[in-house]
Design a protein around this ligand. Structure first.
Ligand code: X90
Length: 278
């Protein structure tokens, strides 16, 4: 019955999806000698706490071809969404897995999508595909719907520290330096190229949250879905939710703690906001 399977890497902060066949493929986070696998068993709070006080080297790694293949299982059709290929090897590896899979099983199809984003924006894409699945859409139609939808979603981030991003070569040290200053948060977005684009520096949470709202509006938000992933910042996520629901009382907004990969890079206090645009 489950001939269509949805697959995403763990940057999507999504461990399960209702009433569809879904598999999350974990990235790994290494802190000193310890390796954390970003799956359901990861204690994200414990990992974040350790990172906060640690001076050890830390890094991340994407899944192997074999791990992607295992996730594809024996599905006839697979829709596979990855973190931006500009910042991670995930997408390339998933593509190799697609090639191997399609060669080994003629007739089976894998559609690999480079989200050019991460976290909550991927979550929106996953929700869209799973709704299409539940409506009984066929593979081709699902891929088409996904391609249209992803032109109407965006991602903003608000970070208190960009230490791990800079240490792992995902932003320049200079770009990261502002976020190290006490009380300064960097507001940015996932660029069209799929990397980090800084938009503003904000002093204080209140100003930062209204800057998020006005950026969302500038990018075409008009009351659609919003998904907010936070790293140890329930209060910030709730405050943003309140601000948004005052402006858009009908909006479907959901806030939740990020899983391991996004927590590692967003760091404590970080907010990632995926939303629909016009
Ligand atoms: O392959 C790997 O090891 C994973 C590397 C991922 C690097 C970037 C993760 C970013 C997570 C930080 C703020 C949002 C940035 C959005 C840019 C598209 C979240």
């Amino acid at each position: 019955m489950n001939q269509i399977r949805i697959v995403a890497d763990s940057s999507a902060d999504t461990l399960s999806l209702e009433a569809v066949s879904f598999v999350s493929v974990p990235l790994t986070i290494r802190v000193g000698e310890q390796e954390y696998v970003d799956d359901a068993s990861l204690d994200v709070e414990q990992m974040t706490a350790r990172l906060l006080h640690s001076r050890e080297r830390s890094s991340t790694a994407c899944p192997s071809v074999g791990e992607w293949l295992a996730a594809f299982g024996d599905a006839e059709y697979v829709i596979c969404i990855t973190i931006t290929s500009t910042l991670s090897g995930c997408h390339n590896v998933a593509n190799s897995a697609r090639q191997t899979y399609e060669e080994a099983h003629p007739g089976r199809r894998v559609y690999v999508v480079d989200s050019l984003s991460t976290g909550p924006e991927i979550r929106l894409l996953l929700e869209k595909v799973s709704e299409g699945c539940r409506r009984g859409l066929e593979f081709e139609a699902l891929c088409k719907e996904l391609d249209t939808y992803r032109r109407h979603t965006a991602l903003l981030f608000l970070l208190e520290s960009m230490h791990n991003l800079a240490n792992n070569g995902r932003v320049s040290r200079l770009a990261a330096s502002a976020a190290g200053i006490l009380g300064i948060r960097v507001l940015g977005r996932a660029s069209d190229k799929g990397d980090l684009e800084q938009l503003a520096r904000c002093r204080g949470e209140k100003k930062a949250l209204s800057a998020i709202l006005s950026q969302m509006q500038q990018q075409g938000y008009c009351g659609g879905r919003v998904r907010i992933g936070h790293c140890q910042n329930e209060a910030g996520a709730q405050a943003l939710t309140a601000l948004l629901s005052t402006a858009y009382p009908q909006a479907d907004i959901l806030a939740y703690p990020s899983r391991g990969l996004c927590s590692f890079y967003a760091e404590r206090g970080g907010l990632l906001v995926g939303f629909e645009t016009a």
